[in-house]
Design a binder for this molecule. Structure first.
Ligand code: HEM
Length: 232
């Protein structure tokens, strides 16, 4: 089934909301699942080792590489143009972090979940508004909970800010007004209801693809147990 077909799935209570609110509210259940994933919980508790975090970054590398090239290729699409901003791009930051977490390590990953995510992004690349759903799911997340995640990792690993470029947006010093303006641009698109519903459904798809990344990493938690951790 394509995303366009998927949109026939009911969007329920989000039906009359502005696009940005529909995206947020329409994906609340998936967001809670992402927050509660065992890999995320263990990572934020400081119980995942360097290899585990590097494996997470490698998956993000595959995802952002596909998403950022698709966004650049479709930057002239009106819907994509509303959100496209090179200041958001994360690929260089992920590469810098990988040099910290996995010096000399390979940049390819055998990950069915990352491959499925990449394939979905390639599909979305042909439909600007679907690409916007992926753009929102990753970057607004990075500018929201992602900021707290960066601080928690810094403390848990005693990093002194090293290896955390992914969470640092030097050209976006104040995420809150940036996110407000981003949402306002989404709302100003004035998409007809059926297209808006497609976007909301694709946001849910994007969340599920992220959940699948976490589930895959969660299968390796036993091998990621951090042994050099100071108790307490
Ligand atoms: C432990 C994991 C996570 C935590 C603690 C977390 C926390 C948060 C918090 C507190 C906000 C609200 C910030 C605000 O009001 O501005 C937020 C927003 C958001 N998060 Fe997460 N999050 C997590 C994981 C994720 C994941 C995995 C994704 C998707 C890949 C994601 C995507 C988003 C998005 C898109 C928003 C913006 C919602 C909106 O305002 O439209 N989050 N997150």
């Amino acid at each position: 089934m394509t995303a366009i077909d998927d949109a026939e799935e009911t969007v329920g209570p989000t039906a009359r909301l502005p696009l940005s609110a529909a995206m947020r509210i329409g994906s609340q259940a998936e967001h809670r699942d992402a927050e509660g994933s065992s890999f995320m919980s263990e990572l934020l508790a400081g119980r995942v080792d360097e290899q585990g975090y590097a494996d997470y970054l490698l998956r993000l590398h595959a995802v952002y590489s596909a998403m950022e090239s698709a966004v650049r290729a479709r930057a002239d699409d009106d819907t994509v143009a509303a959100v496209h901003d090179p200041a958001l791009e994360r690929l260089d930051a992920i590469e810098a972090d990988l040099r910290h977490w996995s010096p000399g390590g390979r940049r390819v990953v055998d990950s069915p979940a990352a491959e499925a995510y990449r394939a979905r992004l390639e599909h979305a690349a042909h439909h600007g508004r679907l690409l916007v759903a992926h753009h929102y799911t990753r970057y607004l997340g990075d500018l929201s909970g992602g900021q707290a995640i960066g601080r928690i990792l810094d403390r848990a690993f005693g990093l002194g800010g090293q290896g955390l470029a992914f969470y640092d947006f030097p050209a976006i010093p104040r995420p809150k007004p940036y996110k407000d303006a981003y949402r306002a641009r989404l709302d100003a698109l004035g998409l007809p209801t059926h297209q808006r519903d497609e976007v909301v459904v694709e946001v849910r798809t994007a969340f599920r693809l992220n959940l699948a990344l976490f589930a895959e990493l969660g299968e390796h938690l036993a091998s990621y147990v951090r042994r050099d951790r100071t108790p307490g």
